[in-house]
Design a protein around this ligand. Structure first.
Ligand code: PMP
Length: 333
């Protein structure tokens, strides 16, 4: 018998997918961990589950209690699913710049959703800080605190990393991933380095994020911005502190879009924007390392969460990011 125990028992153990078109182009094996196949639809199901289990084990989350979090959406969706499955309430503070699809999903799940203006972390009204205050003021509530709660990266040290290790028989030359909280990148990188310190661990970063300069120079600085959601950071979170990083690679929005459209039309994979950054960075790394290497990255969530943005010609045109070349030649007008 092979029966998963509800939502919680279905998180993780995702397939590792060879990205055929990119592997053939580069001569490397470019592999994507299929996190969009988690039951809540994203890589963040793993962190959400570890954070809730950790709160239960610490005795701070009780039946009927409330889980409060500030999130770009996917962590909130994971938390809301698990809260439903375990009998908790869920309250989500989200920057109002995030996609309608993610907000609608949170409301469908029954979470209380509080959109707030997107302001930088140092502003006291930043969504993360608002969520901390709400958790403090709400009786019987816990703050998930995904950015600085190390249960987040532990999820990846204990599950994502070991799964990839087994799936590749330990034949990994490089690991590359963008970071939001840093949990996915750091936990997996730490696991890989513990198995084999020669594995190259590389941070992928969108424009407007400070981590590229942090890895390269030790200083946080950034310019530009990105339409990708859930990734990039202007600070080094607790989850990123002490994470190994051999290098960093920047990927622009046009590069990420080209990658996402190629995944859709050449590989048949409908992926979100952060996947464009991840796979775009994996391709750049493959070109730098040369053929014959195995490079692993993350397929964080599905394109369905961004249909009204990344896959809307009108929306992309408004952002001056549309190009007919995104479509295969036989689709172009
Ligand atoms: N991609 C997407 C779409 C996400 O929502 C997130 C999480 N915010 C990430 C990537 C990054 O994951 P992590 O928080 O583990 O760094």
């Amino acid at each position: 018998m092979d029966i998963k125990q509800g939502f919680v028992g279905t998180v993780g153990n995702t397939p590792l997918i060879r990205l055929n078109s990119f592997s053939e182009e580069t001569g490397c094996e470019i592999l994507g961990k299929a996190e969009f196949l988690n039951p809540g639809g994203s890589v963040k199901d793993r962190a959400a589950l570890y954070i809730i289990k950790d709160a239960e084990e610490r005795g701070v989350l009780h039946p009927g209690g409330t889980v409060v979090e500030g999130t770009a959406g996917n962590t909130g969706i994971g938390l809301a699913h698990i809260c439903n499955a375990k009998g908790y309430k869920c309250l989500i503070v989200i920057p109002d710049t995030q996609s309608q699809e993610k907000m609608d999903m949170l409301r469908t799940l029954g979470a209380e959703v509080r959109p707030v203006p997107a302001v930088p972390y140092k502003n006291p009204n930043n969504y993360v800080k608002v969520s901390a205050r709400i958790a403090e003021e709400t009786p019987n509530a816990v703050w998930a605190n995904q950015f600085d709660n190390l249960a987040n990266r532990r999820a990846h040290y204990e599950t994502t990393g070991p799964e990839i290790w087994t799936q590749t028989d330990g034949k990994v030359d490089a690991w590359v991933a963008a970071t939001g909280t840093g949990g996915t990148y750091a936990g997996t990188a730490m696991f890989f380095k513990d198995q084999n310190p020669d594995i190259q661990c590389v941070v992928a970063d969108p424009m407007g994020s400070g981590l590229y300069s942090y890895v390269k120079t030790g200083e946080i600085s950034s310019s530009g911005n990105s339409i990708t959601e859930g990734i990039g950071n202007g600070r080094v979170t607790a989850n990123m502190q002490g994470a190994p990083a051999d290098d960093a690679i920047q990927v622009t929005d046009p590069e990420a879009l080209k990658t996402v459209y190629q995944l859709l039309y050449k590989d048949g994979l409908f992926m979100g924007g952060s996947v464009g950054i991840n796979v775009g960075a994996a391709v750049k790394l493959a070109k730098k390392m040369g053929p014959g290497h195995t490079i692993v990255t993350v397929l964080c969530d599905s394109g369905a969460r961004y249909q009204s943005r990344l896959f809307s010609r009108d929306w992309l045109k408004q952002k001056d990011l549309w190009s007919d070349e995104l479509l295969p030649a036989n689709f172009q007008a």
